[in-house]
Design a protein around this ligand. Structure first.
Ligand code: EPU
Length: 418
């Protein structure tokens, strides 16, 4: 077990390169299972634990996977095992994409229920509703989702909630169904579009991804292809917020500025300067920011995955901020850790009321989940004195080389074994 030791108070200067989007990559890898011919060569895959976990799962099913830096080659023609039942499957969230991918290609699968960050109840009823509408029999026995059918038939599916996971999972299965499937009230996140683009490159016929109506005309088979994953909107947002919080001038490279608009707009409202270039954004700040109100929403609204880092900077902003977390009911566990550092925050259900204090002070704090971990790192960077962030295995699940990237920007941060 490692921990991060941070001596706070350093301004950040320079540039940081953003990796491929975690939440796109964790869906694209299982989607590659659907290629019954040729290999998939996928570039810009982030070097994070969630990806390694998924690679192990896919190898346990019989896929052959090789990695050279951020490029992963997947041969799914050798896949023989339709039972995903390892501890890795139960530990990560995105393992549920194996259900849609295996159901699409083989018309059956047994996949243990997924784990993931403890941020709310996280039901999969909308995934199941979609698979059933396509004609699959779905049951859950002893913690395993069992799906099977002779044929998948395209149909109209209206999602009761906007769900990234359900949209992608049902899209996977529908790609190899007979006829046309229309997904309504679909999620519009950039990673939904990226998965659709990947499937189309493999030979699928998907239109409308990025809007709330996605039309999928089933095809008979998919074949391997070359693809590059989009940049990680959430990793980029985290470094932008860190720059605004610490003060200085940081250019965040390899991003799609359009995907960052809701974050950029809030930082500007807070008083930071955000300059957009073609594939980078520069954040300049003199550390003094003012409080703002935020409501997390599905894309293009403010992303829930950036809420925790954002609430950290608001702890030392001038005045009061109100955060309304509308996606996850338990995404304020990091607030108790921030309070150990002197933050003044009251949580009432899904709302956090933050009264800015003049400073945070270093303390021993825990990464209670992935984005909470990033929030604690930012808290350590702005705090007076030394902060130790423990349970950083959560951070390693989603942020590649976080301490090296911050160190290169001038932060005093190091990793130590506990
Ligand atoms: N929901 C249902 N039923 C379902 C599915 C979802 O009620 O069948 C509800 C959830 O309870 C939640 C809302 O719908 O209130 C949105 O959930 P969604 O399905 O969109 O979330 P997810 O697919 O499980 C992905 C990301 C999360 C991110 C959310 C929202 C992955 C692997 N995870 O989760 O990312 O917070 O979308 O954007 O893509 C993270 O990266 O830190 C992370 C938690």
């Amino acid at each position: 077990m490692d921990k991060l030791i941070i001596n706070g108070g350093k301004e950040l200067f320079g540039s940081v390169d953003i990796g491929g989007a975690k939440n796109a990559a964790v869906a694209i890898l299982p989607a590659a299972i659907m290629a019954s011919e040729n290999v998939c060569v996928i570039d810009n895959i982030p070097e994070i634990e969630d990806i390694q976990c998924e690679e192990r799962i896919m190898e346990s099913l019989g896929c052959k996977i090789t990695r050279v830096k951020d490029s992963v080659t997947i041969d799914s023609t050798t896949l023989v095992n339709l039972n995903a039942n390892t501890e890795d499957v139960r530990n990560m969230r995105a393992s549920y994409y194996l259900i849609g991918a295996l159901l699409g290609r083989f018309k059956k699968a047994r996949v243990d229920l997924p784990g993931g960050c403890p941020i709310g109840v996280r039901p999969i009823d909308q995934h199941i509703k979609g698979f059933e509408a396509l004609g699959a029999n779905v049951k859950i026995e002893h913690g395993t989702v069992i799906v099977e059918t002779d044929r998948l038939i395209g149909t109209n599916i209206y999602f009761d909630v906007v769900s990234v996971g359900a949209t992608i999972n049902v899209m996977l299965a529908a790609t190899l169904a007979e006829g046309t499937t229309v997904l309504e009230n679909a999620a519009k996140e950039p990673h939904v579009v990226d998965v659709a683009n990947f499937l189309n490159t493999m030979g699928a016929n998907i239109k409308g991804a990025g809007t709330d109506v996605i039309r999928i005309t089933g095809v008979e088979k998919l074949t391997g292809c070359n693809y590059s994953v989009i940049p990680d909107q959430i990793e980029a947002g985290t470094y932008m917020i860190a720059a605004a919080a610490c003060g200085g001038c940081v250019t965040v490279n390899n991003v799609i500025p359009k995907h960052l608009e809701s974050i950029s707009a809030k930082l500007v409202e807070m008083g930071a300067e955000v300059i957009e270039q073609d594939d980078s954004v520069t954040v300049k700040s003199n550390k003094t920011v003012k409080g703002v109100n935020i409501k997390t929403l599905p894309y293009p609204g403010f992303p829930t995955d950036v809420q925790q880092p954002m609430s950290t900077i608001l702890c030392t902003a001038k005045g009061r901020s109100i955060i309304n977390e509308s996606i996850w009911e338990s995404r304020f566990k990091h607030i108790d850790e921030l309070k150990k550092m002197g933050a003044c925050v009251k949580v009432e259900g899904r709302v956090a009321i933050i009264d800015g204090v003049s400073k945070l002070t270093g303390a021993i704090v825990k990464a209670t989940d992935l984005r909470a971990g990033a929030a604690m790192v930012i808290a350590g960077l702005i705090a007076e004195g030394t902060t130790e962030v423990t349970s950083i295995e959560h951070i390693d699940r989603g942020y590649p080389h976080i301490e090296n990237k911050f160190k290169a920007l001038g932060a005093d941060i190091r990793r130590e074994s506990m």
